[in-house]
Design a protein around this ligand. Structure first.
Ligand code: CP
Length: 315
């Protein structure tokens, strides 16, 4: 049995297979529409979510399975003091696979250690968000045709943004990646991330101004300032609108640069950018469903026969 706690839990080759499967699902939805018939996904979300929870649910329903779960800690027995370890042992009696989001870093890992079903980390505190990274990588690979030889700018809250930490870890395994970190000093990428890049001789720059580096970028990954992780509201208010990507800044970028964002967006991308063909953050959401479908099939060891569309269980 496998869990997914970090994007590094899959080798580069396994990721390629996962993305091939996601692309096949995108092209042949009907073929996969009964692949998880009789299987249940539990979505255990102790923190708010729109995309991740609903795209997991949409993915399982698209595979012909069913979904149970809760969307806030207050409506689960966590509010009565139940531990994550006990909750997952209970959920293991009800479902075949679980996607868990938790405000505490490492909580899904604790659950995985006590679980008898696969557990997927759907975001743990400011730590990791591996399925967002799978979404980001599938989007880049599908729209650019490769995952190597890019200059990528990551902009905004690089300190608390778990999607950023997961994406850097994952992209660092591909050839010819250069990172440009764009943030105010208070929200710079943590030292443990830059130490990893230094150790592996992976080039990176840290800058404050977005305008100056726009012409160099193949990819721009915008992020929101993570209000929920700030210790005081004053700091959040001071930093929240530090970057606003607008049409004027987009004019500084190349014609093929792609703008990604894990969403939700607050003010950091002006809505006037949405119609620019380089803005792909809503396409990214759709890729998130395909890659979660591929992930569910992979973790449940279900393969769909190429010709007949018949489900083959590999367990
Ligand atoms: N990208 C993302 O994790 O969005 P949600 O918080 O809405 O799930």
């Amino acid at each position: 049995m496998r869990h997914l706690m970090s994007p590094l839990d899959f080798s580069v080759e396994e990721l390629d297979q996962l993305f091939d499967l996601a692309n096949d699902i995108e092209a042949n939805m009907e073929k996969y529409s009964r692949a998880c018939h009789g299987k249940k996904l539990a979505t255990c979300f102790y923190e708010p979510s729109t995309r991740t929870r609903l795209s997991f649910e949409s993915a399982m329903l698209g595979l012909g399975g069913s979904v149970i779960g809760f969307s806030e800690a207050s409506s689960s027995s966590a509010s009565k003091g139940e531990s994550v370890s006990d909750t997952i042992r209970v959920i293991s009696c009800f479902a075949d696979i679980c996607a868990m989001r938790h405000p505490k870093e490492g909580a899904p890992k604790v659950a995985a250690e006590r679980s008898s079903i696969p557990v997927i980390n759907a975001g743990d505190g400011g730590h990791q968000h591996p399925t967002q990274t799978l979404t980001d990588l599938l989007t880049i690979r599908s729209l650019k045709g490769r995952l190597h030889h890019f200059t990528i700018g990551l902009c905004g809250d690089l300190k608390f943004g778990r999607t950023v930490h997961s994406l850097i870890n994952a992209l660092a395994r591909y050839e010819g990646i250069k990172f440009i970190f764009i943030s105010p000093r208070e929200l710079m990428v943590p030292d443990y991330v830059t130490d990893m890049l230094k150790e592996r001789n992976i080039p990176y720059e840290e800058v404050i101004r977005l305008e100056s580096i726009m012409p160099q970028l193949d990819l721009l990954y915008m992020t929101r300032v993570q209000r929920e992780r700030f210790f005081n509201e004053e700091d959040y208010v001071r930093l929240k609108d530090f970057y606003i990507l607008d049409k004027a800044k987009m004019k500084l970028a190349g014609p093929d640069m792609l703008v990604l964002h894990p969403l939700p967006r607050v003010n950091e991308i002006s809505v006037e950018v949405d119609d620019d063909p380089r803005a792909v953050y809503f396409k990214q959401v759709q890729y998130g469903v395909y890659v979660r479908m591929a992930l569910i099939l992979t973790l449940l060891n279900i393969r769909v026969d190429e010709r007949e569309g018949e489900k083959i269980c590999l367990t």
